[in-house]
Write a protein that binds this ligand. Structure first.
Ligand SMILES: *Cc1c(COP(=O)(O)O)cnc(C)c1O
Length: 389
């Protein structure tokens, strides 16, 4: 295979243990939505559960159902709002939906009752993200309603932060407002004699910057995949107190994208390379044609603005990235041979920054046709390694 995504499981485990050490007794929900941010949901799920994760998070019912088909028995939370038509599948796959409104809860309850089961659900409270979740004002009445449903069990209460990864003072204040509004809502539920179940809020940013948001469980995604989107040391002095006693944590990028030089050709000074003729050779040179393009997830926007590594040396990408191939300038004299290995991405954060996006988008967009290869401590892992977990 010429283009591969090497998934370094040992790095994932180190990132996981960094979180685990930091949050102590608190449980960990591992978001494996979008095929585990492109890393392979099943392998990441198995690795995480073996390492002590409590549950998994997916975006859609079908992502959850797929994990069930592969034998995952741990609790699986659905982070997005399912369609009512998916209710039978939620129940069949024993997935745990977030509840944002009484109407959906009532439909779920009706179906669960008809199947004579009690389905665990988590109440989602929107404290400022304005995505899914009920308003803080409605939360008590919906919690009461869920508690009154014989087909439902209130197994958790959650919220989600909009700017927890920011060290700007205004953003820190916003996260604290979200936190206060969430705490008040949870307290009201408790005061009403309702057990809220597992209380959770923190994404990666909050694991790094907001220890007061950890409650019973944290849901860090991007950090586990190797990207630390906030630094403790950048927090303003007014916030440093809350971080006192916490060692800064470190993340190592888990995914590495590799390809090969499929052809080397001579290009003369003044000749152009690729579509649009955006690059003109400044001198006679050797061009390495690489077997990766935007259909593999290498963003076309990074054309003429990225460097790849071959045998430890860096070479610029030149000319437009095409659907399946791109070009590296190997220079006038080169020892590089056809079929040499090329490291295209080792740090998705760097690539993302160069085109004004985030590492999430880069790893998620590595397409299906790029084979995922799993490695731990330099050793290749096969499916049977994961089956042992
Ligand atoms: C994606 C997601 C997370 C993880 O966010 P990161 O920024 O990757 O840590 C946590 N909770 C919910 C509800 C999400 O959708």
């Amino acid at each position: 295979m010429s283009t591969q995504a090497v998934i370094h499981i040992d790095r994932f485990l180190r990132n996981f243990h960094a979180v685990k050490n930091r949050v102590g007794q608190c449980r960990i929900c591992v978001p494996v939505k979008a095929d585990a941010y492109g890393h392979g949901a099943l392998q990441i799920a198995k690795t995480s559960l073996e390492a002590g994760a409590f549950c998994l998070g997916v975006a859609s019912v079908s992502e959850g159902a797929e994990l069930r088909q592969y034998g995952i028995t741990a609790p699986i939370l659905i982070f997005s709002q399912p369609h009512p038509e998916e209710i039978p599948k939620i129940v069949k796959s024993a997935l745990i939906p977030f509840i944002s409104d009484g109407k959906f809860a009532a439909s779920l309850n009706e179906y669960a009752e008809s199947k004579k089961i009690q389905l665990p659900v988590h109440l989602k409270i929107d404290t400022g993200m304005k995505r899914i979740g009920c308003s803080a004002d409605e939360s008590l009445s919906i919690a009461r309603f869920i508690s009154s449903c014989s087909g439902l069990e209130l197994a958790g209460v959650a919220t989600h932060f909009a700017v927890s990864d920011s060290t700007e003072e205004g953003d820190i204040a916003f996260t604290q407002e979200q936190l206060e509004s969430f705490k008040t809502a949870v307290e009201k539920i408790k005061a009403d004699g309702i057990d809220p179940g597992i209380v959770h809020a923190a994404n990666s940013g909050a694991v790094i910057l907001h220890p007061d948001t950890w409650f019973d469980m944290v849901r860090p995604g991007i950090f586990l995949y190797g990207y630390k989107t906030a630094e403790e040391n950048d927090a303003p002095d007014s916030h440093k107190q809350i971080l006192a006693g916490l060692e800064p944590i470190h993340a190592e990028p888990v995914m590495e994208i590799k390809t090969v030089v499929s052809l080397i050709k001579k290009v003369k000074q003044g000749e152009t390379v690729s579509y649009g003729r955006t690059w003109t050779a400044p001198q006679d040179t050797n061009i390495g044609v690489l077997s990766i393009g935007y259909a593999d997830g290498l963003p076309r926007l990074i054309s003429n603005n990225w460097q790849v590594v071959i045998s430890g040396k860096t070479y610029p990408l030149v000319g437009r990235i095409t659907m399946d191939q791109c070009f590296a300038d190997l220079g006038p004299q080169t020892n590089i041979r056809q079929w040499s290995d090329v490291q295209v991405i080792s740090d998705a954060f760097k690539l993302a920054s160069a085109i004004d996006t985030i590492p999430y988008e880069i790893t998620c967009n590595i397409s299906k046709r790029v084979q995922r290869i799993y490695k731990a401590y330099g050793v290749f892992l096969t499916n049977s390694h994961f089956d042992c977990l």
